[in-house]
Design a binder for this molecule. Sequence first.
Ligand SMILES: [Zn+2]
Ligand SMILES: [Zn+2]
Length: 584
Amino acid sequence: MILAEHLHANSEYSMVIEALQTSRLANGEAENSNCPESFLSPRQDCKRRHGSNGTIATPYDENCTNEHMVGVSSRDATEDIDTNIQPDVVFKKARVQRELTLQDMYNQDSFDDDDEDDSDWEPMQKHFEIMKWFCTNCTMVNLDDVVHCDICGEHKESGILRHGFFASPSSQDGPTDVELEFKGKYKDMQSGVSFSNRCTAIGFDERMLLHSEVEMKPRPHPERPDRLRAIAASLATAGIFPGRCHPISAREITREELKMVFSSENLMPRSIAMGVNLTLTVECLSYFTPDTYANEHSARAARLAAGLCADLASTILSGRAKNGFALVRPPGHHAGVSQAMGFCLHNNAAVAALAALAAGAKKVLIVDWDVHHGNGTQEIFERNKSVLYISLHRHEGGRFYPGTGAANEVGIDGAEGYCVNVPWNRGGVGDNDYVFAFQNVVLPIASEFDPDFTIISAGFDAARGDPLGCCDVTPAGYAQMTHMLNALSGGKLLVILEGGYNLRSISSSATSVIKVLLGENPGCELGDSAPSKSGLVTVLEVLKIQMNFWPSLASRFTELQSLWEIYAAENKSEESISELFLIV
Ligand SMILES: [Zn+2]
Ligand SMILES: [Zn+2]
């Protein structure tokens, strides 16, 4: 068996290929060339069965949900598996369910491949030569005989790292007409803008690209340097950065500074301490958890990310910039008081919030729209009434990673109500449900809290096409949510990148968000959108709990509850729920 495809000249991909050759041969995995379907992940298989239109849209499907469940019992697992799957496959899948990591779930198909009892394996099959390539956009493994990714439709030789999401998904490299138009439009603005209280600041440093996985797995790690490359290429192509935004100088956060920042809460997250110590022991490469890697550059990358976030917070709070976007990695919102996990090393949002408090803010709001619950951020602030943490995420009864973030997790030790969780009970959640939750939960509570600084933990893995999140939020949806939050805290808003693993989705979404920061209109109005049935149920659940702490929610709960009773009594269809809201 030979795996060979040189998508990029860059060494990371070469290393992936090399490692793939080694690992696949070493574990004797069967490469059944007679059955191309055997290479498909459950999601690929699903897409083939349900038809592929070659677009990047990956709407919710049952297999998608199953991939991202955590700690599922055998019974739960089988219930979530497509009923078309044969019983022996169901058994095999149920058997591998355990406390899965984020990466485990991403590589669910690899779990099956690595099964020691894989009776499909036949030694003779190693003589077949199978050519594969990794999709730059979504990392999916594709057979060499296809030119477009089977999952997302991206071209095998995509130009997304050079031209961002302006690169045509269907053709090789090369800018599109749209890109050329943008370049002409903004060619006079490439010299950059000066710092002013009206500018949008961007935090970025190329050294954060050096944080990458060393021990190569059968598929590239989803949290990869290309994420930042694709966003940066998109912003450059659009003439936004460099051009319309002001870069802030990168700086590594210091240990002393971290101690000072965290001493206000008597907290010194161990992950941060470990990150700092890594500079002294960089000889050994390590994994904090099976899915959270560190190489010799990771500690510096993490310190740069935290330093940029801290400086952006103080820059905005002092009025030297209007708002800002932290284009940083590794992400942070899973990193808590005592652990680095879920691809996260330092909790960048927490560092920024505490830096804002140190710089004079009295109340900081963190809104986390990453598709995963920010368990680390919640843990750090769950006793803190100065920081209101609101998270919207897939939860599904605790089966979606990381398993925390139920609606009844509201804060502890006198800070009840300062943690607000909006836990979706399914995948496929889209703009309508997010905007509805913003209108009925996020903004009413945030307005009552009245923050003087707002942070968005902006993962874009709830975006349409994301291979981990399997939700359906569009760039317009993210722009709308940013616009709504921009009305708080006098527009003092810092957006920090968290997750998001489809390059086209994250770069178009991030660009839409930054355009709103620059003062552009968010575009299409999503204000009249009605929620889905399950979205309404979730919002009602949250209101019922949180109105005990935020009195202004009571009338809203009563109103929505009566609507729900009408809907339930008449046993209306899912579609008719929008009629109900239009009447109102
Ligand atoms: Zn793809
Ligand atoms: Zn996430």
